[in-house]
Every structure is written in C-alpha cells, then in structure tokens.
Design a protein around this ligand. Structure first.
Ligand code: G3P
Length: 214
C-alpha cells in the first residue's frame, strides 16, 4: 500500500520524507490556506521535495476553467496530479485531461456511483473522504469496500486514495480492504510507527543487557 501525506506544510513533508516511506503528497485549498504562504512558492518546494505524485486542486467550477487551470498546474512539475471535484463539470474536465495525458485525482467523493463515473471518465485516482462520512454517522470504510469491489469487477485502473483519514484504524482497514493508497495527516502519520509495548520492550532489553558480564 502506498502512503501519501495529506498536507501542504513543507516542514511536515520534510520530516516524514526522512523515514524513506513517503510515496506522494495530497493538498487541497484548505491545506494551502493553512500554510499562510503564497501558492506558487509552497508548490514549487513540495514538488522539489517529493518524488511521487503531488495532488494540486483546481478552484474553477466549470469544465473550461478547470482544464485551463490543470494545464497551468502541471507546469509546476512532472509529478503533478490535478485534483478535480466530482461534479458533472468535473467529469467532463477529467475526460478531456485524460485525453491530454494529464493525470487527475477526483476528489470530494462520497458515493460508490461517483467513484464509478470517475473511473469511466478516466480518472487516475479517486479520493473518497472517509472521515467526513464518519462525522455524519455514515460508515466511511464501507464506501472504500464498495469502490474496491466495483473497480475490481470491471478491472478499472483508477487507484483508490483513502482520504480524510482521522486515525490509525482507518489505515489498517484500508490495507485489509486492499485500497491502493492512504493519504494521511501528519498528526496520524507520526503516531503509527510506535507502540508503548515496543518502548517498554526496548527499556527491558537495555536494562537486562546492562546485567550481562563484560
Ligand atoms: O485532502 C482531502 C482530505 O483528506 C481532507 O480531509 O480531514 O479535511 O476531512 P479532512
């Protein structure tokens, strides 16, 4: 399973990149706004730091505007993937961009049918938001299961990016379902390698090792 970081914070990307396990980055307008920095500056730094795909979202809501923006966004780097919200206008843009050879990440997906349409339009990635569904008392991970089955049934090449992840269990469940990618917020990413029993175990081993005669 590929691990993406869901952030536009360059320092966070640098830290997680040091682990050597980072496969890509996803951003959105809210994450860019959170940095308080100009968009071109942040994006240039991210694209230089990250080897894998970097998702950048369009702001336009009409097909023509989305396609224009997408063609500008891909100039930031070869690894840029254009994030397009799933609307009818968005689907038309995805199809046009797929024909141009521009990779898209269809975002704000909340239903299996939206995911099916995105795959038919030629999306490279689909981003279902599990946490936001959980927030409304819907089972976000059930949506991942449904999309996985539909994509497997018809052998769609569109990869599932589990987005809006809130806790480590979302990652475990994504891996069990066989989702291709999880995009993880920094706060969650920095928690998942550790376990209190691992720390305790190291402490015990070091204490016992000190008793070994030299
Ligand atoms: O980047 C898209 C998605 O991961 C947003 O997550 O936490 O704002 O629901 P969240």
């Amino acid at each position: 399973m590929k691990f993406f970081l869901d952030t536009a914070n360059v320092e966070q990307i640098r830290k997680i990149n040091e682990l050597g396990l980072l496969d890509g980055v996803t951003t959105n307008p809210s994450l860019i706004a959170k940095t308080g920095r100009p968009f071109p500056e942040v994006v240039r730094e991210i694209c230089k730091l990250v080897e894998g795909p970097v998702s950048l979202e369009v702001i336009g809501t009409e097909t023509k505007k989305m396609v224009e923006e997408a063609n500008k966004l891909v100039e930031y780097g070869k690894n840029v993937v254009v994030k397009i919200p799933i609307t009818e206008e968005g689907l038309k843009a995805v199809k046009i961009l797929a024909n141009q050879g521009i990779r898209t990440n269809v975002t704000l997906c909340f239903s299996p049918l939206q995911a099916l349409l995105a795959a038919k339009a030629g999306a490279s990635y689909i981003s279902p938001f599990v946490g936001r569904l959980d927030d409304c008392a819907h089972d976000g991970m059930e949506l991942i299961q449904q999309i996985k089955q539909i994509y497997d049934n018809y052998a769609y090449a569109t990869e599932i990016i589990v987005a809006s992840i809130r806790h480590p269990l979302h990652i475990v469940q994504s891996a069990m379902i066989g989702a291709h990618i999880v995009t993880v917020p920094y706060e969650v990413f920095s928690k998942i390698a550790s376990h209190p029993l691992t720390d305790k175990g190291i402490e015990i081993f070091l204490k016992d090792w000190a008793k070994v005669p030299t």
